[in-house]
Ligand binder design. Structure first.
Ligand SMILES: [Zn+2]
Length: 92
């Protein structure tokens, strides 16, 4: 039988290198904010269909690398999803 990680195990597990922020949902799954090459992705590890992406540059602008707005937007979405989500962590 596969063990579902406890909330403590989820919080203390080593984060993948591209995870810049992690929020615990109501059951111990995490909502991870990942910084990728051209975007910031927020995805729930309990219900992977719950995912939002934020481009690092606004469309039509050529202002260079601007990570902060995308990261802030992704963190806001991740926090809101984590506060409501009851999906269990996926078995390892
Ligand atoms: Zn979820």
């Amino acid at each position: 039988m596969t063990q579902i990680p406890t909330q403590l195990e989820t919080r203390t597990a080593t984060w993948p290198d591209d995870v810049t922020a992690r929020y615990a949902n109501l059951t111990g799954a995490t909502v991870d904010v990942r910084t990728e090459k051209t975007l910031v992705r927020a995805v729930c590890t309990g219900c992977p269909a719950a995912e939002q992406t934020y481009p690092l540059r606004a469309p039509g602008k050529n202002t260079g690398y601007e990570p902060r707005p995308a990261l802030t937007s992704a963190q806001t979405w991740a926090q809101g999803h984590a506060e409501r989500c009851r999906a269990l962590p996926r078995p390892a």
